[in-house]
Design a protein around this ligand. Structure first.
Ligand SMILES: [Zn+2]
Length: 57
């Protein structure tokens, strides 16, 4: 038995949308631990937690 086999719940993941105030850039990560600026590699501000379809990744 594995959760995620349900077609209604297995296709979505909660992403982390963030912005870096220093660089004025935005990004999106699937893992909070990896939410770091791709430009300066610094701390970012989480702005939203959108659910995204896996097909869109
Ligand atoms: Zn930055």
């Amino acid at each position: 038995m594995s959760p995620g086999q349900d077609p209604d719940t297995g296709r979505y993941v909660i992403a982390t949308a963030w912005e870096c105030p220093s660089c004025d850039v935005q990004g999106r990560s699937l893992d909070d631990a990896e939410a770091a600026c791709w430009n300066c590699d610094g701390q970012v501000t989480v702005t939203a937690r959108p659910s995204v379809r896996l097909e869109q990744l």
